[in-house]
Each structure stands twice: as C-alpha cells, then as structure tokens.
Design a protein around this ligand. Structure first.
Ligand SMILES: Cc1cc2nc3c(=O)[nH]c(=O)nc-3n(C[C@H](O)[C@H](O)[C@H](O)COP(=O)(O)OP(=O)(O)OC[C@H]3O[C@@H](n4cnc5c(N)ncnc54)[C@H](O)[C@@H]3O)c2cc1C
Length: 375
C-alpha cells in the first residue's frame, strides 16, 4: 500500500497544524477546565474549509478522502482532544453520513450550514439502556402519520447534542430501523449537558424526542435501511476517529521527550536513564505502528464496508496506544505530570474516551474476530 500523501493533503495538514497551534492551543486548557464549547472556533474551521472535507464541492465541501479527514482530526487532537472529538462527530458522523445517505434535497438543505459551522450536528444512536447492543435494545420509535413521521424516545452520551441544530437520529418501527434528519426546532429537547472526566468542552448530552413530528422527506434512504446506515457509518467513524488518539499520543510523546531533555535528577538529565529511554522507545514504536494501521484502514474505507476488521483494529490499537503513551508521559513528568499545570493529566483523561466511544474495545474485538473467522 502506498502511504505517500497527496500534495493537497500535505498542504491541508500543514494549514490545520498552524491553525490549531494559533487558535486551539490557547483555548485548550480553558475548554477542559470550564467544559467550555467554543462555537466561534467551529465557524473559523468552516472558513478554513475543513468541516466538509469529504463532501463534494457542489455542496461547499472539498471532495477529499477519509485519510485527509483523519489527518485533520489528528492535528486538532494534538492540541485539544475534545475539540477533535466534536470535530469528528460533526464532520464525519453527521456531515459525511448525510453525504453518503442523504438524497439531493437533504444534502442541499443540511450540508452547507454544517460545512460553514453555522449549525452543529449530532449523531444519535446510543440510548440509556443500550450502547454496545444499540440495535437490539433500541427503544426510540417512529410511526407514520399523515405523510409525517413521529419520533418518541431518548438518546444519551450524544456528542455535540447540547449545542446541535441538526440531529441524525436512528429509530425503529418494530424490526425496521430507519434514519431521520431532525432539527432542534422540531421540538428536540436537550436538557442535560453530561459532566465527564475527560473530553471536557466537547458537549455530551441527553436527547429527548417527545412526539417529535417531522415531514416525510426527512427519512434517509428508504424505510428499513437504518441498519445498513448504522454499520457503514460506524465503519467510517472508526476509521476516521482512530486519528484522534493518534494526535493525543503524539502530543504526549513530544511532551515526554522535551521534559526528558530538560529535567535533571541525580546530576543528569532524566533522559539519560535507560528506564526512561525504554518508555520513549516503546511510545514511539507503538505510535508509529498504530499510525500505519490507521492509514491503511482509512485508505481502505470507502462508501461500503470492505472489511470491518480494519477500521475496528485501527481504532482499537490507536486508542489503547494513546492511553498507554499518555500514562507513560505522565509518569515521565513525575509529580508535575499529576498536576493541572501541565497537559499530561488531560491527555490521559481524553485518551481513555477512545476506548469507549465509537463502540468499546470489547465490541471492536468481537467485530475483528467475527470478520476473521468468517474468512
Ligand atoms: C464522551 C462520549 C461521547 C459519545 N458520543 C456518542 C455519539 O455522538 N453518538 C452516539 O450514539 N453515542 C455516543 N457515545 C456512546 C458510546 O458509543 C457508548 O457509550 C458505547 O458504545 C458503550 O455503550 P454503553 O456506554 O451503553 O456501555 P454498555 O454497552 O453497557 O457496556 C458496558 C461494558 O460491557 C462491555 N460489553 C458490552 N457488550 C459486550 C459483549 N458482547 N462482550 C463483551 N463485553 C461487552 C462493554 O465493552 C463495556 O465495557 C459516546 C460516549 C461517550 C462516553
């Protein structure tokens, strides 16, 4: 597989790196401490042209691939894991999903405002009674009424929900699962902003649908296509979100190297101790190995699921790697790493989310093993 990045992707990566250093780095600590969502920043990202990176130009996007979207997420996550997560949910879970599954009218109506960042998007799958078994235990229902659909139920752990205008909602009618585009103005209630240990500033919320009536043209694809949309969406989501933990891990490694070259104990730099060197060697090797798999999975992921084991492996390894690297970096910082004066403890808290969101590590293992045993 050829991992040479196209010139356009390199230029976008460098542009996002500069933007993130200038615009995200100064905000990152406040975003975490105050659980503050910087909506203006998303409008700036819209002006930069990165919110619709996988969307065709006719809708205001850039028509590029998942690898480029992943690399953007990595650059943002280097400075703020939580802004990265909100970026991923908005631009991949919602905008890219609408592009893949929406009809022309839906794309024309919803994509332009999502691409400029004027409106924020949320993908609603998980419910209070079911995350891993999202389909089997889904209780949110829809029914048809006078050419409209009426949705009832609730969702939880939904990224961006407290600030979202556009909701991509999965619901069921008996054994038929369908996906709908629902607007906040339709009567969606988002009363709760969930307090979290990490990814603070990426708003996570509960979403309630109490007889929410939407026009018939908000159905995505056809009735009963929800299952397919969910599985294809999760595959693309995993392939792209794997780059979030890579960004967090790269930041942790850079911090650890800089500190090892500066901090002295026993009359010498701590980087001269072989136990510190071993950590750095493993951090680098694990990060590079995870990165190669993430590149491979992102390149392989197209509209349809070629093989779900690649995207699942990619995010499984990247997230476990990020947690380990962030913890090792914190250890290298000693007591200072444990304080909020340095970003290490935030990196650990943020990294752990990627072992849970987009399907847990356990569920990823099941997906990988099932795909391999079927071959
Ligand atoms: C910050 C954050 C953001 C999120 N954003 C979104 C979002 O935007 N949209 C959305 O729809 N969801 C979102 N989620 C939800 C997320 O996808 C779920 O939390 C996740 O899928 C796990 O579901 P659960 O929390 O219900 O855990 P459960 O499914 O109850 O799992 C509990 C434990 O049991 C394990 N387990 C479950 N089944 C099995 C099995 N068969 N074999 C072995 N172990 C098993 C799990 O791995 C886990 O360790 C988000 C979650 C968080 C924390």
């Amino acid at each position: 597989m050829d991992f040479t990045l196209p010139e356009e992707t390199i230029a976008i990566r460098d542009m996002v790196r500069d933007f993130s250093k200038k615009e995200i780095e100064p905000l990152a600590a406040r975003v975490d401490k105050e659980d503050f969502f910087p909506h203006e920043l998303f409008k700036k990202m819209g002006r930069l042209g990165i919110l619709g990176i996988t969307i065709p130009e006719e809708y205001g996007g850039s028509g590029l691939d998942y690898l480029t979207q992943g690399i953007i997420l990595e650059e943002i996550s280097y400075y703020s894991g939580s802004i990265g997560l909100s970026y991923g949910a908005h631009s991949n879970l919602v905008a890219d999903n609408i592009n893949r599954n929406g009809n022309d009218g839906q794309k024309e109506k919803y994509l332009p405002d999502l691409i400029t960042g004027e409106k924020m998007g949320s993908l609603c799958l998980t419910e209070p009674s079911g995350g891993s078994d999202a389909l089997g235990s889904m209780k949110t229902t829809y029914r048809k009424e006078d050419g409209h659909y009426v949705i009832n139920g609730s969702k939880t752990f939904i990224t961006n929900a407290p600030v979202a205008d556009t909701f991509l909602v999965y619901s069921r009618n008996g054994n038929s699962f369908s996906a709908f585009l629902v607007e906040k103005a339709d009567g969606v209630e988002t009363p709760k902003w969930i307090d979290k240990m990490g990814m603070r500033g990426s708003p996570t919320g509960e979403v309630y649908f109490n007889n929410v009536k939407i026009p018939g043209d908000r159905l995505m694809r056809t009735e009963g296509d929800g299952k397919k949309i969910i599985y294809e969406g999760l595959n693309a989501e995993r392939a792209v979100l794997a780059f979030g933990p890579l960004g967090i891990a790269r930041r942790a490694l850079d911090e650890a190297i800089a500190y090892s070259n500066q901090r002295e104990q026993f009359g010498t730099k701590i980087g001269n101790f072989q136990l510190i060197q071993e950590k750095i060697a493993y951090m680098f090797s694990r990060l590079e190995a995870s990165k190669l798999l993430a590149y491979e999975a992102a390149i392989m992921t197209k509209d349809k699921i070629a093989d779900p084991s690649y995207a699942a492996s990619s995010i499984m390894i990247a997230s476990e790697t990020a947690t380990q690297i962030a913890k090792d970096a914190l250890q290298i910082f000693g007591g200072y790493g444990y304080t909020s004066d340095f970003p290490l403890e935030r990196l650990v808290r943020d990294a752990i989310l990627y072992e849970i969101g987009a399907g847990t590590t356990e569920i990823r293992k099941i997906i990988i093993a099932k795909a391999l045993l079927k071959r």
